[in-house]
Design a protein around this ligand. Structure first.
Ligand SMILES: [Fe+2]
Ligand SMILES: [Fe+2]
Length: 369
């Protein structure tokens, strides 16, 4: 049941410096997409996603979308170009929840065609698209499996094996609570690229990736207390740093929304110390299944949505000498687009507005100082 009406589509979803992504729902005859620069393409599916490429950076672009319900002109403002071509590209997904049976507060929202395969399908499609985009590494940052049962790990094994680039895995609460740490300890070393230490450093061109395990074994809770010293050591470098982790960070002593992340003085202390150690650090988390961007103590904090529910996203990062560019993209597959629309009914339809955030939460540049 949906009490809150879904946003009108076709609509713009994502941009980077040279492309824009739009999506549409329930357009029985499909859509035609045109730009003033002569781009024209027709899509037959009632639910779908399209990418318009070859746009000039940092400019407004009118995209005309025609469907059975009329004509809409979307304005896509591309991100400004960072310096030179990308020196490195990597992609992330979080909250894949492979093996989940349903979505929403009662878990009753299901895909009539894909059933429990919907989450795996979206993860596979997200991974394929990220690789085709040119990701040189993939980071899966927690809640990768849902119940951490054998078939879910086997599906993950196949997913990881399908990538021809390093795949780094981070634990989320779904790998950490109840009896799950045992299964995680058994599977992670087999599947994860590199070590599975609580703080892992991966140096790539012009950037240090710091993979931080914020889980607490046996619980859904997250914490930075146990890893703070190691984390501070890892960010203390002349190179810009991206810290990837599962639980989101909040400075208030209590959670302001569900699910509970990591809160309070530990977070404030950590961010202040991080800023002192290195002025060029960005954090990106999952867990909330929604897109959000904030700046605290000079540190950019991004939260990312899940590929498997609404809006159904993977995220690409382009590393440049003077900054990093984040763009979240919807899974570009008609079946995934239809499932994502169905999943947007969660919280009586409010999830359709809560989870995607604003365009500037999903797609932005961080310029290094
Ligand atoms: Fe999750
Ligand atoms: Fe989580």
């Amino acid at each position: 049941m949906r009490l809150v009406p879904a946003p009108a589509t076709p609509a713009l979803f994502g941009v980077d410096a040279t492309s824009a992504q739009l999506y549409w729902n329930a357009q029985p005859g499909g859509v035609t997409v045109e730009t003033l620069a002569g781009h024209s393409a027709t899509y037959d599916d009632a639910f779908g996603v399209a990418v318009v490429e070859g746009l000039a950076p940092g400019k407004d672009h009118a995209i005309v979308v025609r469907s059975g319900s009329g004509e809409r002109v979307l304005n896509a403002h591309t991100l400004p170009a960072l310096e030179g071509p990308p020196l490195y590209r990597f992609a992330t997904m979080n909250d894949l929840h492979i093996g989940a049976q349903g979505f929403g507060a009662t878990k009753r929202i299901r895909d009539p065609q894909m059933g429990s395969e919907a989450w795996l399908h979206c993860a596979q499609r997200g991974l394929e698209t990220a690789l085709a985009w040119g990701a040189q590494a993939i980071v899966l940052k927690g809640d990768i499996v849902h119940r951490a049962e054998e078939p879910e790990w086997e599906a993950l094994e196949e997913l990881v094996a399908s990538a021809d680039v390093p795949v780094y895995l981070l634990r989320g609460n779904h790998e950490a609570y109840a009896e799950r740490p045992k299964a995680t300890e058994r599977w992670f070393p087999q599947l994860a690229e590199g070590s599975t230490a609580p703080v892992q450093v991966v140096d790539v061109p012009s950037l240090r990736l710091v993979l931080a395990d914020t889980t607490v074994a046996g619980t859904h809770t997250g914490s930075v207390a146990a890893i703070a010293d190691e984390l501070l050591g890892a960010v203390d470098t002349p190179t810009p740093v991206m810290v990837l982790h599962h639980h989101h960070l909040g400075e208030l002593p209590f959670p302001t929304h569900y699910p509970k992340g990591i809160h309070g003085r530990d977070v404030t202390r950590l961010l202040r110390e991080v800023r002192k150690a290195n002025p060029n650090v960005m954090f990106a988390s999952g867990h909330t299944h929604r897109h959000r961007r904030r700046t605290r103590h000079g540190v950019t904090l991004a939260e990312l949505g899940s590929p498997g529910d609404h809006p159904g996203t993977w995220c690409g990062y382009s590393v440049h000498s003077n900054g990093i560019s984040q763009s979240a993209w919807r899974i570009d597959d008609p079946a995934a687009a239809q499932w994502s629309h169905r999943a947007s009914r969660a919280l009586l339809g409010a999830w359709a507005y809560w989870a995607p955030g604003r365009l500037e939460d999903r797609c932005f540049n961080v310029q290094w100082r």
